[in-house]
Design a protein around this ligand. Structure first.
Ligand SMILES: O=C(O)CCC(=O)C(=O)O
Ligand SMILES: [Fe+2]
Length: 279
């Protein structure tokens, strides 16, 4: 996985790597220790209190009664201003405007905490491809020639092979398939290792999964999903946020919340006039 230091970021090279190369890059030192500490404190507090939030790709853990060892914290924008700063980091905005179109949005921002002994996930692809195990529910000919997703993992604890750093298969984003047993995911997989403050950035069409945490410490990350402006987001963030977060949102955060692209809209009651067209 190619690595870019926070002061040596090359957006065009990164976009090419996500689409045509490995499908993932590492950005080192993007967030300061204070921001990481604050984010981590909030994630631990909420996930200590409530182990029972909805999660994904955890069928085996559910069957084994181990679900509580992987915990989610949802709706993070309502839980601390540090998360809006993470989501709208200028370096990420710059890369993602080139990758997903200038008016791209955020579909979800949540924490994934895996406790020591916690299980891994099933190898998968991410929203909106996440149910591609039923490809017939998607349009004919859909492929990964252009991206409908970018994933950011802001690393809060050391991501090592032992602690369950995300595994992924380099280049697999080019196929757009949900991985099967026959793909032998683990034989071809590499790990998105990193230190607190680093970011793993990947195209969610790449096969990947959280791995079991066999270390003696928690393994948490902030997972941010970004989408083109016209993909229906996974979380209804405006509905879940207190009004003051929306009112105080920066222009970039308003864009991320989808407020620049207000469809679907009740056009029968919208103000009259020509609203779209070149002229
Ligand atoms: O936490 C991780 O390592 C990856 C999580 C993930 O891929 C997901 O929940 O979709
Ligand atoms: Fe995922």
């Amino acid at each position: 996985m190619k690595t870019f230091a926070h002061d040596r970021i090359d957006p065009d090279a990164i976009v090419d790597e996500l689409l045509n190369g490995d499908g993932a890059v590492r950005l080192t030192g993007l967030f300061a220790p204070e921001d990481i500490a604050e984010a981590r404190r909030t994630v631990m507090e909420h996930s200590d209190r409530d182990a029972g939030k909805v999660t994904h790709f955890q069928g085996v853990a559910e069957a084994e009664g181990a679900l509580a060892l992987q915990r989610r914290v949802w709706n993070l924008l309502a839980k601390g201003e540090v998360f809006a700063r993470m989501a709208a980091h200028p370096a990420l905005m710059d890369i993602l405007r080139r990758f997903l179109g200038t008016e791209f949005i955020m579909g979800s921002i949540a924490a994934n905490r895996i406790l020591p002994g916690g299980p891994g996930q099933e190898p998968h692809v991410d929203y909106p491809y996440w149910d591609f195990h039923a490809p017939e529910t998607h349009p004919v000919g859909l492929n990964a020639s252009f991206p409908m997703n970018a994933q950011v993992s802001v690393i809060l604890d050391p991501f090592t092979v032992e602690s369950g750093a995300t595994a992924y298969v380099p280049g697999s984003q080019r196929h757009l398939r949900y991985p099967t047993e026959a793909d032998d995911f683990h034989a071809g997989a590499e790990r998105m290792t990193g230190e607190p403050g680093d970011v793993a950035l990947f195209f969610g069409a790449a096969w990947h999964c959280a791995m079991p945490n066999r270390s003696d410490h928690d393994r948490s990350a902030i997972l941010i999903q970004y989408l083109p402006k016209w993909v229906k987001p996974m979380e209804d963030m405006p509905a879940a946020l207190p009004p003051d977060v929306i009112e105080g949102a920066s222009p970039d955060l308003r864009q991320l919340l989808g407020l620049n692209y207000p469809y679907p809209e009740v056009l029968d009651t919208a103000a009259g006039g020509n609203v779209e067209g070149r002229a």
